[in-house]
Design a binder for this molecule. Structure first.
Ligand SMILES: Nc1ncnc2c1ncn2[C@@H]1O[C@H](COP(=O)(O)OP(=O)(O)O)[C@@H](O)[C@H]1O
Ligand SMILES: [Mg+2]
Length: 304
């Protein structure tokens, strides 16, 4: 079932189209990545999804309810962290959750707070003041707040910004676990590696338009290239070309282009069996190569 659907969503501010004809859908149990460089229009889109601003054209449905036409029915199913979650540092985690539980009209408040705190791993720290929390704990409290009304859709705008690698990994694991329980998650990021590790599908946003949508698994197995440092480089290049590989030889490296993961593994094995020494092998491929090809960017998709 589609929990979130965008139909031809366009947002114009003044004379400028910030996002253009977005069509996306997110299913139950799926983590959907919304990947794009700074300024691409991610936050603007998310603000429309959560009902803070209206689309200029098009429609957004949450569990079949139009966000503009039926805001109460639609928003009942959303939990969100947009930009930095607004938490009160001088209050405890529990007091903050109590505040949001009341806003959301939650029944059996104490039990619900216990459940969401346990779910995000904060049950032992619930009575500490939030100003004593690490950034990672604050983000998890943000997720607890987003979950308090038992939503079907979790919307996160660049949730791991500022987290250290361990905090990022913890956060990713939490999101994956929530999706495994059936939650639909829509998460924006400007980091390819993060989307690769957290998401099932990805839409690539550039200058307000979605230029590609694909499953992460599919992008990963698409052809990329392989860079090798080997013994007898020129001889190895000739040997590979004779076997039908397209090879460039420069700067002490061979670059073999247009091969997927299984082909790369096979090629390395063949080189070794032919008694070339393979000192280094690096894939610039799969997801990163596809992403660069899609965005036409030189590096990381962040080019202006
Ligand atoms: N209220 C606004 N008025 C004018 N321009 C805006 C407004 N909100 C966003 N923008 C512009 O829209 C573009 C996309 O912004 P944003 O959605 O915040 O991108 P992202 O979250 O992907 O970094 C930016 O160029 C930004 O300056
Ligand atoms: Mg943003």
């Amino acid at each position: 079932m589609n929990v979130l659907q965008l139909f031809d969503v366009t947002k114009r501010i003044g004379a400028r189209e910030i996002v253009r004809q977005l069509n996306m859908s997110v299913r139950e149990g799926e983590v959907y990545g919304f990947l794009g460089p700074n300024g691409a229009g991610k936050t603007t889109t998310i603000r429309m999804i959560v009902g803070l601003i209206r689309p200029t054209r098009g429609a957004i449905h949450i569990c079949g309810h139009d966000v503009v036409e039926e805001p109460v029915a639609a928003k009942r199913h959303i939990g969100a962290i947009v930009e930095n979650p607004e938490m009160y540092g001088y209050l405890t985690g529990r007091q903050n959750l109590l505040h949001y539980a009341r806003l959301a009209g939650v029944d059996h408040v104490d039990e619900r707070i216990r459940q969401v705190a346990r779910r995000v791993g904060l049950e032992d720290r619930l009575d500490d003041k939030v100003k004593r929390y690490s950034l990672g704990m604050r983000q998890r409290l943000g997720v607890a707040q987003a979950l308090i009304g038992d939503p079907k859709l979790l919307v996160l705008d660049e949730p791991t910004n500022g987290l250290d690698p361990a905090g990022m990994r913890e956060f990713r694991e939490l999101i994956r676990a929530l999706a495994a329980e059936g939650l639909a998650v829509f998460v924006s990021s400007h980091l390819l590696s993060e989307v690769e590790q957290m998401c099932d599908r990805v839409a690539v946003l550039q200058q307000g338009s979605v230029i590609a949508e694909a499953s992460v698994a599919e992008l990963r197995t698409r052809a990329g290239s392989l860079r090798l440092r080997v013994s007898r480089q020129e001889e190895a290049a000739a040997w590979l070309r004779a076997r039908g590989w397209q090879v460039e030889s420069a700067d002490g490296r061979l670059t073999v282009v247009d091969l997927d993961d299984p082909a790369a593994a096979k090629l390395i094995r063949e080189l070794v069996e032919a008694e070339f020494e393979v000192y280094e092998a690096a894939r610039t491929g799969g997801l990163e190569a596809s992403f660069l090809a899609l965005t036409g960017a030189e590096s990381g998709g962040n080019a202006p």
